[in-house]
Design a protein. Structure first.
Length: 205
């Protein structure tokens, strides 16, 4: 049911945007755009984060403003550029669909409620993991899991220090780092956007 909701346009105000519009699982979990598009083709501030393995992240969204997946879920639903909707509207629409009414009644005692809609979506998102990849096999000791170019890339990844930030179960997403460790990030950018300030937009620090 969560997968069905993830692909249901009823979650957006004008019925044109679904979660999978920005998070295309078959393409790695994003939309491949520099800036993602929402209702009426509105352009967002940044590109969509990957949805694959998102449950492994310590915080959610590019600037870490969401503590967990449930908090992250509130963003797209209410954002006027993304889905421009609200949970009351979504629940009302779902209650008019007898398939959803039955499915929710079978899964939840309270039927269609905001929390249960969220729980269904979150249950699906938590299944979007990529276990047993070649990388997983290599880390677990299978030295033949990598091709020769992949092995050289992994060695460079370590030798160049990438692994100091990009590590852990998800090769990242588990800590904050200051932009500009190796050069002046802002001085080198031709155009600076508000989104470039990252966690600063959340903390003011």
């Amino acid at each position: 049911m969560g997968e069905k909701l993830f692909h249901d346009p009823q979650l957006s105000s004008d019925g044109t945007v679904v979660c999978a519009s920005c998070h295309i699982v078959a393409l790695g979990g994003d939309d491949g755009l520099v800036k993602s598009l929402g209702v009426a083709g509105a352009e967002g501030d940044v590109n969509s984060p990957l949805v694959l393995n998102v449950s492994l992240n310590a915080r959610q969204l590019w600037n870490g403003r969401a503590r967990d997946l449930r908090e992250q879920l509130q963003g797209p639903i209410h954002n006027p550029i993304e889905m421009n909707s609200n949970w009351d509207l979504v629940a009302e629409r779902l209650r008019s669909n007898q398939d959803y009414v039955k499915a929710f009644a079978d899964a939840f005692n309270a039927g269609i409620t905001q929390k249960n809609i969220e729980d269904a979506l979150l249950s699906y998102e938590r299944t979007l993991v990529t276990p047993n990849s070649d990388f997983d096999a290599f880390i677990q000791g299978d030295e033949l899991a990598f091709t020769e170019p992949e092995l050289k890339g992994f060695e460079s990844f370590n030798d160049l220090g990438c692994v100091s930030c990009h590590q852990g179960a998800n090769l990242g997403g588990n800590l904050y780092q200051r932009l500009g460790l190796f050069h002046d990030y802002f001085a080198d950018k031709e155009q600076i956007y508000e989104s470039d300030y990252g966690l600063y937009l959340v903390t003011g620090d």
